[in-house]
Design a protein around this ligand. Sequence first.
Ligand code: ZN
Length: 108
Amino acid sequence: METAIEEVIAQAREHDATRVHRIVLRIGALSGVEPDALRLAFDAVAKGTPAAGANLELEAVPARGRCTDCDLEFDVDSDFIFTCPKCGRIAGELVQGRELELARIEMS
Ligand SMILES: [Zn+2]
């Protein structure tokens, strides 16, 4: 998760920003990221940079799977095994839910 935070700081430097106001991060339900831990890490990494004190918003991304047989997309709550609710096929592929990415950044 430090990569996402470092990306914020790198962007701020690149744009010669004096202050980052708002940061929106997209966090997948299966990314393993704890919002509280992320905020703590952010505070530590951002300290002394233009991103210090920025309003950090976390956007939750639900996990979705897709059946490789019938192409149905459905919600999943585990990335180990999931079963298609339509045809019952076990496994399939994860469409979303693992992301930890920078969605928006506002700076001046
Ligand atoms: Zn299916």
